[in-house]
Ligand binder design. Structure first.
Ligand code: IDP
Ligand code: MG
Length: 136
């Protein structure tokens, strides 16, 4: 049965700053993701805090929001069958040291905080995150 989904992907500052955006977008395309919309932006700290509010009780929350707002990011709506789960698989584990071979975080991630990409973790959060960046 067909299950066409959309998910939100972010190329994080560490990857944008190393000029990896085009290469990472090509990996998505090679894995059958369609990039429906994309934009390169820089968040204010308070916007990063809103985006990551689910993590506000975590010890790394402040550093995480400082980091996400530290430089340009590329945000994209990706579409394919089972996009949410397939993007999480393509990204690999949160910690690049634990990410499987062939995943984006294994290949490009520098550390658990500078792990190069974000992807929605559920279809519900995908809708919320897509609206966060792309609702007019
Ligand atoms: P995810 O990005 O794989 O969904 P989450 O648990 O949602 O991982 O955490 C959001 C982001 O917070 C991660 O991508 C990572 O950059 C950062 N993060 C998660 N756990 C830690 C930690 O233990 N130390 C520092 N940063 C962390
Ligand atoms: Mg997450």
């Amino acid at each position: 049965m067909s299950n066409l989904e959309q998910t939100l992907s972010i190329i994080k500052p560490d990857a944008v700053e190393r000029n990896l955006s085009e290469e990472i977008k090509q990996v998505f395309k090679n894995n059958d993701f369609k990039i429906l919309k994309e934009k390169k932006i820089k968040l204010e700290k308070h916007e990063a805090e809103k985006f990551y509010q689910v993590h506000q009780s975590k010890p790394f929350y402040n550093d995480l929001c400082t980091y996400l707002s530290s430089g340009a990011i590329v945000v994209m709506i990706l579409e394919k069958e089972n996009a949410v789960l397939d993007n999480r698989k393509l990204m690999g584990a949160t910690d690049p040291l634990k990410a499987e071979n062939g995943t984006l975080r294994k290949k490009y991630g520098v550390s658990i905080d500078k792990n190069s990409v974000h992807g929605s973790d559920s279809t519900e959060n995908a809708k919320i995150e897509i609206d966060f960046f792309f609702k007019n």
